[in-house]
Design a protein around this ligand. Structure first.
Ligand code: NAP
Ligand code: FE
Length: 366
C-alpha cells in the first residue's frame, strides 16, 4: 500500500463559527478582499458576519462582488487588479464553488503582480496569498480542496488552475443555506454525492479516502428523503454540509473522475449547473463498472439503493432536466472528452474507447 494523505485546512464547523473564532483571522494581515457572487452573500448573512468579525479585530476589507457562475479567467483578472491596487494581504471567498474557486485563482494572480494570467495554467509553483473560505452551498467542497475550476472560453470548457491552493481557514455554518432554493440545493447535493462516488471508484482511491467516502455517503443517505421532498430542516442542512465537506476531503486526496470530465461540456455548451451535469451521467457511469462490481455494490448499499437503475431513478427525481440533445452534440462532447487522457485513465477497469464514452453520453442524454 502506497499513498499520501494531506488535509491542511483549519476547519471550523457549526452555528456562528465565524463570530466565535474570528481571532484566527488576525494572523493574515491588515487588509482583506472579500470575494462573493452578485447577491446571495448579502442576503444569507455571511457577508455581514465576516465584515463584523473583521471590523471587530481591526482588519480592513474591500469587496469584489462580481463573481458569476462558473467564473472565467477574465473576471479573475479584473478582481486581481483591484486586489493589487488595494494592497490586500489575504482573500476571503463567500459563496458556492464559483466564488470560492475564484478566490483561490485571484490569490495566485495577486501574489504574482507582474505575471501574466497564463501562469494560472502553466506555473504550478506560483505562490498564493492566504485564502479563507465560507461555503454557502453544500456541494463543491472547495473549502477543503486545493482545486479551483475556471471557465476557459478559448478551450470551450472548464479546467483547474495549476496551483494547489488550500484555504488556510474555512468556516462552515449551515445557517447560510436556510433560504437556498430547492433546485440549487439538490443540484449541489448531487455534486457532493458525485465527489464521494467518483473518489471511491477512481484508480486514485486509497485506504483512508475510501473510509472517508463511506462516512460521507452515510450522511448523504440520511438527506435523501428531504432532497426528494425538497424540504430541508436545519439538521438536514448541517448533514448536507457535512457530506459535502467530507466529499471535498476525499477528492482532495483522489481528484474526481469521469462524471466531472463528461459534465464540464454539458455545463459549457448548455449552461447546465455543475452538480446536475454530474448527476445526469451518473447511472451510465456506474453501468461501466456493472452491477456486480464490489465497490459499486458498497456505494449502493450505503445509500440504501437496490440497483444502479435505482440510482438513475433517484437522479431523475432530484434533478429537473429539460434539455434536449442531438447526435451531433454527443459526437462533439465525446471528441472533447477523449482529449483528456489523464481523466479517462482514472477509470480502473479497462481503457475507455470513444465508443464507450459515446455510449455513456447516449444513455444519459438521448
Ligand atoms: P455557484 O455557481 O457557486 O452558485 C450557484 C448559485 O447559487 C448562484 O446563483 C449563487 O448566487 C447562489 N447561491 C449560493 N449560495 C447561496 C445561498 N446560501 N442562498 C441563496 N443562493 C445562493 O454553485 P456551486 O454549485 O456551489 O459551484 C459550482 C462551481 O464550483 C463550478 O464552477 C464548479 O466547477 C466548481 N467546483 C469546484 C470544486 C472544487 O473542488 N474546487 C468541486 C466541484 C465543483 P450568487 O451568485 O448571488 O452568490
Ligand atoms: Fe464537482
Amino acid at each position: 500500500m502506497n499513498f499520501r494523505y494531506f488535509m491542511p485546512v483549519n476547519t471550523y464547523f457549526g452555528q456562528d463559527c465565524i463570530q466565535k473564532n474570528k481571532d484566527v483571522l488576525r494572523s493574515f494581515g491588515k487588509k482583506a478582499m472579500i470575494v462573493t457572487g452578485r447577491s446571495s452573500a448579502r442576503k444569507n448573512g455571511a457577508l455581514q458576519d465576516i465584515t463584523q468579525a473583521l471590523d471587530a479585530i481591526g482588519t480592513a476589507w474591500v469587496l469584489f462582488d462580481e463573481i458569476g457562475e462558473n467564473p472565467d479567467v477574465e473576471t479573475i483578472i479584473r478582481a486581481a487588479k483591484q486586489a493589487k491596487q488595494e494592497d490586500v494581504c489575504f482573500l476571503i471567498g463567500i459563496g458556492g464553488g464559483s466564488p470560492m474557486d475564484a478566490t483561490k485563482a485571484i490569490s495566485v494572480l495577486t501574489a504574482n503582480p507582474d505575471a501574466d494570467a497564463e501562469i494560472l495554467f502553466t506555473d504550478a509553483q506560483a505562490k498564493a496569498l492566504p485564502v479563507v473560505e465560507i461555503p454557502t452551498t453544500a456541494g463543491t467542497g472547495s473549502e477543503v480542496t486545493q482545486y479551483a475550476i475556471l471557465t476557459q472560453h478559448e478551450k470551450r470548457t472548464k479546467g483547474g488552475i495549476a496551483q494547489p491552493v488550500f484555504a488556510s481557514v474555512s468556516f462552515l455554518d449551515a445557517k447560510y443555506m436556510a433560504a437556498l432554493a430547492p433546485h440549487i440545493t439538490n443540484n449541489t447535493a448531487v455534486d457532493a454525492m458525485s465527489h464521494l462516488v467518483e473518489s471511491y471508484l477512481t484508480t486514485h482511491s486509497n485506504a483512508i479516502s475510501e473510509k472517508i467516502v463511506e462516512m460521507g455517503l452515510a450522511y448523504w443517505k440520511e438527506c435523501i428523503p428531504a432532497l426528494k421532498a425538497r424540504e430541508y430542516s436545519a439538521q438536514i442542512r448541517e448533514k448536507l454540509m457535512l457530506a459535502s465537506t467530507i466529499g471535498g476531503v476525499a477528492i482532495a486526496q483522489t481528484s474526481t473522475s469521469l462524471p466531472h470530465l463528461l459534465g464540464y461540456f454539458l455545463t459549457y455548451e448548455k449552461h447546465i449547473p455543475h452538480g446536475r451535469a454530474n448527476g445526469m451521467v451518473m447511472q451510465a457511469y456506474l453501468e461501466l463498472f456493472g452491477e456486480e462490481h464490489e465497490k459499486v455494490q458498497r456505494v449502493l448499499s450505503i445509500l440504501g439503493l437496490k440497483s444502479i437503475a435505482e440510482m438513475g431513478h433517484l437522479m431523475h427525481t432530484l434533478l429537473d432536466c429539460t434539455e434536449t440533445f442531438t447526435e451531433e452534440d454527443i459526437s462533439y462532447y465525446t471528441k472533447r472528452a477523449m482529449e483528456n487522457e489523464a481523466k479517462l485513465a482514472t477509470f480502473p477497469l479497462y481503457p475507455l474507447t470513444e465508443e464507450k464514452i459515446q455510449e455513456v453520453y447516449r444513455k444519459s442524454l438521448l
